[in-house]
Design a protein around this ligand. Structure first.
Ligand code: FES
Length: 112
């Protein structure tokens, strides 16, 4: 640990975002990493992190629905794959950015 809330792993900087038990199966939370809004979700036991703002228009994705790996935007219902940010269903046509996640010792860390 080089400072409160960050961890240096090789040349990658991960930021602590939440305790593991705060992201339950099939649920998501919104966190801030620097200036970025990020959604952190757990699906089938794995934690994923993607941009928290829809690429179609401004909408906070944490207010949407998570069904299996599909994250539905609350505004126009585009579906993004939470694993890789890809668009599964429009109207969005740009993918979400994906963040590397590390879960260790009851904590979730996101590279950002
Ligand atoms: S703002 Fe997300 S689909 Fe339109």
């Amino acid at each position: 640990m080089n400072q409160a809330g960050s961890l240096q792993l090789e040349d990658s900087k991960y930021t602590f975002v939440a305790p593991s038990d705060s992201v339950k199966e099939g649920e998501m939370i919104e966190v801030s990493i620097g200036k970025e809004t990020v959604v952190v979700a757990r699906v089938h036991g794995s934690v994923h992190a993607v941009d928290g703002i829809c690429t179609h228009a401004y909408s906070e994705l944490v207010d949407g629905e998570l069904e299996d790996h599909c994250l539905y935007c609350p505004l126009h219902f585009a579906c993004f794959d939470i694993r890789n940010g890809s668009v599964v269903e429009g109207p969005a046509d740009e993918p979400l950015s994906v963040y590397s996640v590390m879960e260790q010792d009851g904590s979730i860390w996101v590279k950002g």
